[in-house]
Design a protein around this ligand. Structure first.
Ligand code: IMP
Ligand code: MG
Length: 205
């Protein structure tokens, strides 16, 4: 059985965007859910606040433009929905799906495109929206693929920047939280397709 627990993660809120210091987030034991111990690392309310900040910031940066936000499925679903609703400019939405993870916590390094965008990309201002960046291999693959189609610009917005296993130097234009290590679940993030539905972000031990 999986235990979702605190895993000595260090969070620094919004380093890539707002430059805000971390608020000393500590895992909090919320009791048992579906037979597992649940300790929350980033509570729902803190996520909501941070996503509102990101939405305001991106709206300011893209004032007068109409960016295409491209969500990277599946983990991004809640973050994407909350982010676009926090924005105050016209935008269009599309989704892309690539797969690098097998049924475990390690990136396989072999990336496949499972679903492409439907909207045109050429000459558009793209914002790639990702749930969590780990090795950076997935984003690197998607970036190269999209750049070849000559968009006007591409920026990246990730909810979580997980730094420990980074293999590709990816610059995140907008970042919700930074974490050093640990496997996270909840708020769209899964372990073997489980726990995506949790409203808080937790750590798998
Ligand atoms: P990367 O290619 O190693 O950067 O992995 C990126 C993808 O792996 C993310 O979009 C997630 O879907 C998944 N992933 C990486 N770390 C985690 C994690 O801690 N929890 C859940 N999914 C993760
Ligand atoms: Mg993802």
């Amino acid at each position: 059985m999986i235990t979702v627990a605190y895993f000595s993660c260090l969070f620094v809120a919004g380093t890539a965007l707002a430059g805000k210091p971390g608020r000393g987030l500590q895992a909090e034991n919320k009791g048992e859910l579906n037979g597992m111990d649940k300790k929350v690392l980033i509570p729902r309310e803190r996520i909501r606040e941070r996503v509102q900040e990101l939405g305001r910031q991106i709206s300011g940066d893209y004032r007068g433009k109409e960016p295409v936000l491209i969500g990277i499925l599946n983990g991004v679903v809640f973050f994407f929905a909350e982010l676009v609703m926090a924005m105050s400019i016209p935008l269009r939405m599309d989704f892309i799906k690539a797969s690098s993870y097998g049924p475990c916590m390690e990136s396989s390094g072999r990336i496949r495109m499972l679903k492409d965008v439907c909207l045109p990309v050429k000459d558009q201002d793209l914002i790639l929206v990702e749930d969590i960046v780990d090795t950076g291999l997935t984003l690197q693959f998607i970036l190269e693929n999209l750049r070849a189609r000559e968009p006007a610009s591409i920026k990246i917005c990730a909810l979580i920047d997980k730094k420990e296993r980074r293999e590709k130097p990816i610059y995140l234009d907008y970042c919700g939280f930074t974490v050093e290590q640990g496997f996270l679940v909840g708020y769209g993030l899964d372990f073997n397709e489980q726990y995506r539905y949790l409203p808080d972000i937790c750590v798998v031990e």
